[in-house]
Design a protein around this ligand. Structure first.
Ligand SMILES: [Zn+2]
Length: 494
């Protein structure tokens, strides 16, 4: 592992040379010899592992994606083909002498059982998380002890980028689940010695229990999903609780709506917390790591700071798959450099980034590692519901979510799709359910919302309906569901 202090000051050329070196080794000594799926990909593309020498050589290989991992009738467990599966013969054939010598030495001095234990520590799956599609089958991603060690490393780097102190007490309100976000926070705590209390989120302790835990702990940091963190702070402000110990809020697992950071700061001020830093983070199951924004006094969206020794990101044209020039909008493609167990390669995330990757030193913290623009549309957060045909038009529901989340008078919302009069042959209808801030006018909110949808999206809601906040929270399952129900497709399945 490259020393993080050194890595974050390296020039772009030095980083690229390092990535080339790591990529070469990863492809030759791990991916090609041990990954059933990617060995086929290389062979079908007619590319030899020796031909991958630098980052530019990645383009010789086709992109892979979520579809490659989904089960088919012939192959119900396709995800297994993505797990690195070394056997003694493959190791002997793939590894150069200087890598085999320590194993031989260990065999002579400690016996074959010791060598097997070492190989198991590197490769054998011991932990898993799942992708979170709504209708699609969840796909498991495995970690070996080596990958768990990487989670410690990325956890410590996240804490460093956000400038958190190891003295901080952390309230982790991510739901208890086999999902990356929860575990990345857990391992960050383990790696840095921060005192972390994981409450399991609203479904486990309820917001009352969570708020009691946060105030008793006198937490310095609050970490969770944007919608739930907002809900907690709104309650704390309404009940005039004392959250003055909070110095930072870390949001993960979903995109942070523009304007949400400001709303959070406002609520925290009511509870006595001032000068609070609010961070967005970016991670996804297949990466098995997460990235963060760095602190600024005004909580700017500073982009997600990457770890060039652990992964290469490319930005491609989502239609053609061609790599795009620096700074252009496109889809993020991920290639890990130190992965074991479940391993993807040139993997389409489905996440669209506006402004691409930045390579100039960060104007806020000076780190030279590349940054992904914070303006990210995440396919992973709304999964298969993201692009829906509504009234014959393809609508990006996450864009709807961002618009609704940024309107100051809206407290909570839900979008429902149904057929007119419940008749399956009838036209689609879009209903927006809203809970407004006290004192806001429903007429004005309806007008504003229609204006905004008209100027930014191609569809208009058929109806806007209003509910009280408590009823709305029950409707979206704020404290009863693992994830809030923001989109409900009540149209009969065709
Ligand atoms: Zn920075």
């Amino acid at each position: 592992m490259t020393d993080w202090q050194r890595l974050q000051r390296m020039s772009r050329d030095e980083q690229r040379a390092l990535q080339g070196q790591l990529l070469r080794r990863f492809v030759r000594e791990y991916l090609y010899p041990f990954s059933p799926h990617y060995r086929d990909v290389f062979d079908r593309a007619g590319v030899r592992p020796e031909q991958i020498r630098s980052v530019d050589d990645l383009r010789r290989l086709p992109l892979s994606g979520k579809r490659d991992l989904l089960p088919t009738p012939e192959e119900p467990q396709r995800f297994k083909r993505f797990i690195l599966q070394p056997d003694p013969a493959a190791i002997r054939a793939a590894w150069p002498l200087q890598r085999k010598l320590p194993l031989l030495w260990e065999k002579w001095t400690h016996g074959i059982a010791s060598v097997r234990a070492r190989v198991r520590r590197e490769f054998a799956p011991c932990f898993m998380t799942f992708t979170t599609g709504r209708s699609a089958e969840p796909v498991p991603f495995f970690y070996s002890p080596h990958d768990i060690q990487n989670l410690h490393v990325t956890g410590a780097r996240l804490v460093d980028v956000m400038g958190l102190s190891s003295e901080y007490r952390v309230a982790n309100v991510f739901p208890y689940a086999p999902h990356l976000a929860f575990w990345q926070v857990f391992f960050a705590g383990q790696a840095t010695g921060m005192m972390a209390l994981s409450t399991g989120g609203g479904k486990v302790m309820g917001s009352t229990g969570d708020l009691r835990a946060i105030t008793r702990l006198r937490a310095d940091a609050l970490i969770g999903v944007p919608g739930y963190v907002y809900h907690l702070l709104r309650r704390a402000a309404a009940e005039r609780l004392d959250l003055s110990s909070i110095r930072c809020v870390v949001l993960g697992a979903e995109r942070v709506a523009p304007g949400l950071k400001a709303k959070i700061v406002e609520l925290l001020a009511v509870t006595g917390a001032h000068d609070v830093r609010v961070f967005g983070t970016y991670g996804f199951t297949e990466a098995r790591m997460a990235f963060a924004e760095c602190p600024t006094p005004d909580n700017a969206y500073t982009g997600y700071h990457l770890y060039p020794d652990l992964a290469i990101f490319e930005v491609v044209d989502p239609k053609t798959g061609e790599v795009l020039p620096d700074g252009e909008d496109g889809e993020l493609v991920f290639t890990p450099l130190q992965a074991r167990a479940s391993t993807v390669f040139r993997y389409r995330t489905g996440d669209r980034v506006r402004g691409g990757l930045r390579y100039d030193p960060c104007p806020h913290c000076g780190r030279t590692v590349p940054r992904i623009s914070s303006d990210l549309t995440r396919e992973s957060s709304v999964a298969d519901l993201q692009l829906l045909k509504v009234k014959g038009t393809l609508v990006n529901l996450e864009d709807c979510a961002m618009l609704l989340g940024s309107m100051p008078e809206i407290e909570e919302w839900q979008i429902e799709l149904r057929k007119k009069d419940g008749d399956p042959l009838e036209v689609d209808e879009m209903i927006v359910h809203l809970a407004l801030k006290d004192g806001s006018s429903p007429e004005k909110a309806t007008r504003d919302l229609r204006e905004l949808f008209k100027s930014r999206l191609e569809v208009q809601p058929n109806h806007v309906e209003f509910l009280g906040l408590e009823a709305m929270l029950r409707k979206i399952g704020m404290e009863t569901e693992m994830k809030e129900k923001r989109f409900v497709d009540a149209r009969p399945k065709t």
